[in-house]
Write a protein that binds this ligand. Sequence first.
Ligand SMILES: [Zn+2]
Length: 359
Amino acid sequence: MEKAAGATEHDLGTAAVELLGELIQIDTVNPPGNEAPAQELLADLLSGAGFDCELLAAEPGRPNMIARLRGEATGPRLCLIGHVDTVTADPADWSFDPWAGDVADGEVLGRGAQDMKGQVAAQVAAAVELGRSGWRPERGDLLIVTLADEETGGELGARWLCETHPEKLEPDYVVNEGGGIVFEAAGARFYPLCVAEKGIMRFKLRTSGRAGHASVPGLGDNALLKLAPIISRLAAQPPIEPTPEGVAFRDRFVELLGDAVRPVGLEHGAMETLDAAMRELGLVPRALPRVERIETETWGEHLRKIRDGRLSWTWRVREEDRLRAVEEVWAWGEARFGDLDAPRPVSMPIRLRAYDVAG
Ligand SMILES: [Zn+2]
């Protein structure tokens, strides 16, 4: 197997790449999951490095794995969490074997490489290295938790584990997936990190009044009408507040990309600029899996290739969705750049919006 560029410089990177290859070779498409061989592989590695490992299963063949490295004194628990199941893959739609785990052009290829066997392999390789070196937390425990059944809702994974064995987890800090997928721009590699998340607040509004009669409207006090001004006030959203992390990311991003993003206007607020800069690079918000790098081609050439089916698609997407995605990106690009055949100055990862992706 060819080694990933960059990883060979460090044994740790090599270990992570090799482990990722092994994990990809274990088919854990969920359903049915069959996560046991992957979990046993991870538990063996971590046990050998001094972790206490437990496999806890809601159903035979589908265990979750908890590995604990105890600290020398009690203290907060840091939990690195991941899942070993993946979404499906139909090899007929892939230009390479989804379960070979091969390395090409410095990237490990396969179903689950990004979501999320890559992070699992990196976390476990790092934890194994730490454990083998004799390192132990000064205070508190380090937990490595790999879940089954994440892709279809976590009934046998996170949910079951939290409901059935809450005492085995109880972390003070959790690191999970979700920040975004690594991307390259202007020769730099970006690792997005999610530092906050929008939440949901549900509440009930109740207004009260007094029943009247249609013949004497003035006697009534209509409770429904009291809701109207309250509901209309909900339409006025507070302004987006830039966070220090968002501002730092925006500034560094803009600095690295230089002229490539300047046309979008630095006079905007942090989030607007960042949003525009991301879209300038073709990172369409809400987009799904395909990332295609434009190195030397113009946008126009590239989109034509996708439209005409001259670029292979590595996930299953319906024909009309492919065309719709191309049309949408085309229209967006034209509105923004005018001439799509004008050369763009930076290497642009472009992620097309796709609908109803099954792969
Ligand atoms: Zn995931």
